[in-house]
Design a protein around this ligand. Structure first.
Ligand SMILES: Nc1ncnc2c1ncn2[C@@H]1O[C@H](COP(=O)(O)OP(=O)(O)OP(=O)(O)O)[C@@H](O)[C@H]1O
Length: 601
């Protein structure tokens, strides 16, 4: 009887289990089916082999500055990120998540120890970078271009001319459709929602089909539905065979479940590496059971913070062997053996500033240019014009370039273009607007202030103005490449003061002490001033108009030239000197930029 009862009860339990397991199977199949439906490989993109990323004994030591020593941030960690998986690097703030991502992506190259492998072979950084991309936390998009324009530019940069435009358009359409951005083609990137911006950042990188994607905090700043949409999208992209690694702060329980693998860091050590589902069994195994109804992701972060004691962290590091063990992976036995544009507002502002300053000078120095009694006023005007041509382009560069530098760092790292190409376009792109603004300003100022109406003088004056603008821009670029906005805003004008002092305006070039003469040779303002004065008062200009009742001390142009110690015939020398300075500053800025790009890594 007892046996019969036991068998009966066993049958009930077995049936229960069977029903449960059948339900599980159905659920599993449904999920798989849904995922297969979602998975669309990009048929138009060149297919690449998946990359299995592994790392051994990775350390990262940051230098804290001159004589301040060093700090080890990653302490010999190991790990394995197989292809086709969505991997989360988790941990409290300061645990080293971004640092690990920087090391694995190859963004950081100095201060690193250990080895990173791609498909079992030690990673060749250049080859690896061709297969991977790094999407930073802040979406560095061209906000004033539409989604389609953003995609088109990147397609041109990444795919070059070898892919015809039609093919590029088809690729873009396919990516935008897959990422659910097809309805935003004509929306300005700056007007997209946070989630859409993130998807656009991903879409831009998908253009050359990277097989390894690193994302720093892709869900930060998104609401819960956009978060889950973003993580689901990453999961889909992983299912297509990519290795997708992202850092994540503290995911909700539902978000946590979406990750295939979780890598938890605590103060630069690995405290868990395995599947999301295995986290609870792992915690049980180390006698740190997750309380019921507690989000395991929250609990492991609390543990990583040391809220339950440092000894618990040590226990977990020991249990995972600092990331060496794979036993908490979903199916560790199946792990393959290891055998990888410009802001239009600013454009309008530049035009408006040149018109308004031109008008202001015009009103202030009304017809001073042809009046024998207002020669000193006119000389002051020429110097003020130089100040205008120096300050606005220089400050514009100092204030905008550091921001552009962060975009450049990311885009250059992701191989959108070479630094040479970026630099050439930066140099050439601004020329039309600078020429337009300069001519506009010169025409207004020249006519209103009554300068001599002769084409050659006007052309000389405008050419010198333009060269001064280009030199000032290059100086600003150099400042922007070296300093951040705050330091650059301080240093730029500070370093410009000696240029003004040596221009020959306050103290004439004749009166400069001999040991300070060198200053006048390196001051570009000196060449600008000398050339402009020559254009206005040189070339044998006839005697200036002087009303009968007035005394005009400088009505003979030679007199003012002699007074300010300028000869008025140095135009070509001034042009050549300005060209040399321009070339020198541009080259120096390029070298500094190159050093800066290497230094941030
Ligand atoms: N170049 C550096 N010099 C000095 N300390 C650094 C440097 N880079 C990182 N650190 C330090 O290393 C630790 C880890 O930084 P990391 O940015 O990797 O942390 P994180 O886990 O990504 O944090 P968060 O989630 O807040 O971004 C921090 O304490 C940080 O201050």
């Amino acid at each position: 009887m007892e046996v019969a009862l036991h068998e009966a009860s066993n049958a009930v339990v077995t049936n229960g289990h069977k029903r449960e397991s059948d339900r599980e199977k159905v659920r599993y199949r449904t999920v798989q089916k849904q995922e297969t439906e979602l998975v669309q490989t990009f048929s138009r993109l060149p297919q690449k082999d998946p990359v299995d990323v592994a790392f051994e004994n990775v350390t990262y030591t940051a230098s804290l500055g001159f004589r301040k020593g060093k700090k080890e941030i990653l302490h010999g960690i190991h790990g394995r990120f197989p292809p086709g998986k969505l991997i989360a690097i988790m941990g409290p703030s300061g645990a080293g998540k971004s640092t690990l991502l920087d090391v694995l992506s190859g963004y950081r190259i100095s201060g690193i120890g250990g080895t990173v492998y791609a498909n079992g072979v030690e990673r060749n950084l250049n080859a690896f970078r061709r297969l991977s991309c790094y999407i930073t936390q802040d979406d560095r998009l061209q906000e004033l271009l539409t989604v389609w324009e953003n995609m088109m530019i990147v397609a041109d940069l990444k795919l070059g001319t070898r892919v015809p435009t039609r093919e590029k358009e088809a690729i873009i359409r396919e990516i935008l459709e897959t990422l659910g951005l097809e309805d935003t083609n004509n929306t300005l990137a700056g007007r997209l929602s946070g989630g859409q911006k993130k998807r656009l950042s991903i879409a831009l990188e998908l253009i050359d089909n990277p097989v390894v994607m690193f994302l720093d905090e892709p869900t930060t700043g998104l609401d819960s539905s956009s978060c889950s949409q973003c993580v689901r999208l990453l999961r889909e992209l992983a299912r297509q065979g990519r290795t997708i690694v992202c850092t994540i702060h503290q995911p909700s329980a539902s978000l946590f479940q979406l990750f295939d693998l979780v890598y938890v860091l605590s103060e630069g050590n690995c405290i868990y590496q395995g599947s999301a589902e295995n986290l609870i069994p792992f915690l049980d195994a180390v006698n740190l059971s997750c309380p019921q109804y507690h989000n395991p992701a929250d609990f492991v972060i609390e543990l990583a913070c040391g809220e339950y004691g440092i000894d618990k962290i040590e226990r977990m590091v020991k249990e995972t062997d600092n990331g060496r063990k794979h036993q908490w992976f979903d199916k560790p036995e199946f792990l393959p053996s290891l055998s990888k544009l410009k802001d239009v507002t600013l454009t309008y502002m530049r035009i408006i500033v040149n018109i308004s300053v031109g008008l202001l000078f015009g009103v202030l120095y009304w017809q001073a240019g042809n009046h024998g009694g207002k020669v000193l006023d006119n000389y002051n005007l020429i110097f003020s014009v130089l100040m205008h041509h120096m300050m606005s382009p220089m400050m514009l560069m100092i204030l905008t370039f550091p921001n552009e530098l962060s975009v450049l760092t990311k885009e250059h790292f992701n191989r959108w273009y070479s630094l040479k190409m970026y630099y050439a376009s930066l140099t050439v792109m601004d020329i039309p607007l600078s020429v337009f603004c300069c001519i506009l300003f010169s025409v207004i100022m020249y006519l209103m202030t009554g300068q001599p109406l002769e084409w050659n003088r006007f052309t000389m004056f405008t050419a010198l103005s333009l060269l001064t603008v280009f030199v000032a821009q290059s100086f600003g670029l150099m400042m922007g490449a070296v300093f951040n906005v705050v330091n650059g805003t301080f240093m730029g004008p500070c370093l410009s003061v000696p240029m003004m002092m040596f221009a020959g305006f306050g103290v004439t070039l004749r009166d400069l002490p001999i040991y300070l003469r060198w200053g006048s040779y390196i001051s570009y303002l000196r060449y600008g001033l000398e050339g402009m004065v020559g254009a206005i008062y040189g070339l044998d200009r006839p005697v200036l108009f002087c009303p009968e009742d007035d005394y005009c001390h400088y009505k003979y142009p030679e007199k003012i030239l002699a007074e300010i110690a300028m000869t008025g015939d140095q135009f070509w020398n001034d042009i050549i000197a300005l060209f040399i300075i321009l070339f020198f500053l541009r080259t120096l800025s390029f070298v500094l930029l190159r050093c800066k790009l290497l230094a941030v890594r």
